[in-house]
Design a protein. Sequence first.
Lengths: 334, 334
Amino acid sequence: MATIGDVAREAQVSRSTVSYALSGKRPISLETRERIDSAINKLGFTVNAGARALATSQTMVLGLLLQFHEDEFAPAMLQYVLPVSDTARELGYDILMVTDVDGPSAVRRITSSEMVDGVVLLDVTHADPRLAALREARQPAALVGLPGDTDGLDVFDLDFGEAARMLVDHLYGLGHREILLVSPPKHVFDRGGAYGWRFRDAALERAARYGIHVFPYYGESQQPAINRSLYTILDARPTATAIIVHNDATIAALPAVLHDRGVRVPDDLSVVSLYSQDFGRTFSLPYTAIETSPDKLGRNAVQQLVRRILNPEQAGPAVVKFIAPELTGRGSTR
Amino acid sequence: MATIGDVAREAQVSRSTVSYALSGKRPISLETRERIDSAINKLGFTVNAGARALATSQTMVLGLLLQFHEDEFAPAMLQYVLPVSDTARELGYDILMVTDVDGPSAVRRITSSEMVDGVVLLDVTHADPRLAALREARQPAALVGLPGDTDGLDVFDLDFGEAARMLVDHLYGLGHREILLVSPPKHVFDRGGAYGWRFRDAALERAARYGIHVFPYYGESQQPAINRSLYTILDARPTATAIIVHNDATIAALPAVLHDRGVRVPDDLSVVSLYSQDFGRTFSLPYTAIETSPDKLGRNAVQQLVRRILNPEQAGPAVVKFIAPELTGRGSTR
DNA sequence: TACTTTCATCGAAGCGGTTCGACGATGAAC
DNA sequence: GTTCATCGTCGAACCGCTTCGATGAAAGTA
């Protein structure tokens, strides 16, 4: 493989001159530049990434940490991965995707060995064990998902509290007084998935303020438990006139279950949920729902991360940014 | 950050001694080793990946190339990504995930800059433009998906021809004589997704041999076109007694459509398909199907790739390995 | 004309590792 | 009592690139 030295020899200049021609950090005469360019083309030269990383202490690689929990709905995670990858590439970065079961040690591995310039964490939980490792790292990080302690970290998440209020308000405004709520599965709460209780608590509080009823239940993540739980929930409160589904796996299964039971939407039951447009298309979901904007979240996280990488001082204090929920009407309420 | 020089000073040995202690490539006295170990712990030393890569010409990173076509069913791709990532990690490699729209230039970028030790290509098409770039690369590659020209490349794929024969045989054995076939969407064929015609041609050939009818149709990849096309197909051949669905997006939508039409499986219609167990679980698919084994495919590809990386000479000639299809009965035929 | 800038380029050092050859000290073999 | 391996360690070179300071030439200034 051709090195910068080979190019220098071919163009009859020094290696440093080639380097400056490549980076543009010092003026190079037109004539020399042309000799260098043609030498590069002739030899098919490409800068060696490892050598450049060593010399500049910049790898131009971002770590992307995610875990596919057995009990989780995989398609949902994917929506975050793509925008992260795309945005990184636009900004000149590649993605080192790490799916280790042991998150903290994965963080340590890629940061302490200087493989990456920064880290994006997906699906951050309330007391995420990866954060300790992250705080010890020299590289900046951006999180998707709200941890209990955001100190020193850039965090991006949907405003689940506001989302809950919007949905309850919407249903209340339509006259609903008994509303079912399917939260994420219990193990998500147990694991510390804060979006579960942030949403539920806000919904309950809002309901209490209006003096109406929101009946919370845990969802399930795997069939056939999902359908079974839906049956149970629908049977438990036959007088409920609306349902809020805050769980990907459950909402994906809902159309079939409602069809099965002969429940017409919105005539017999008003349905609202939270999911991204993409997700809704994949699963043909026809429900009025809060857009969860995984693309916006992933994009913002990467942008902020890169800002911090390029400008460690000037990027300012840590940011916690909640994306404002938007309700997309699809006619599933009345 | 501590370097190997810092460790050497702390342990009062030379840098090379530390390196040998780390790699075990030369004997080191117990006493010295202990001094080095405690120095490492005290300083929190980790080998710098870039420097090591430069010195050894090994990055311990594998490139994973995939494209999420707008018109494709994203959840299907994910099944391949995870086993690749997991297997790589088991073998000591990290994954550089590249989702560039321009595949060939992505291949060039990561290979010519020596960012990776090898490349895994997902969803390879018949005349995949990435292969040319791959053949010019110094790093070995493993493909998932069968290209027209496999020369010099390790290829892993399901035996779609055999899968088609198994399904036709199965239905023929049960007495079916008119069988619908939903192939992948037309644009998949156009793009060169060989699995589409490999399956279809084998099915048609088999049917011809038996003197029965297989009626092929293109599927769709996006709702509401999927459902619409299913209606059209089912209406077109009311006398057909069985359907073979060779398309992820379509099979995911099938239960709702059949339910809608009041078609009972298998009483009114026998249904067979191809999908992985995971996929079937995610979408609650109750059909007898060929297991597509994405985990096996991904795992084999990585294993072979690593074998070739570690042993460029000894790994032998390029391999084309077809995974044998396995039929999992779920009672959707009779 | 002499002095200072600016321009274009070069040489050398440094980034943080690995590895080859050498070397003194032991212990074994003859 | 030599001779030879083996063991444990060191120094130096090298991997391929970037960057700092220096240098000579050309151009601008007084």
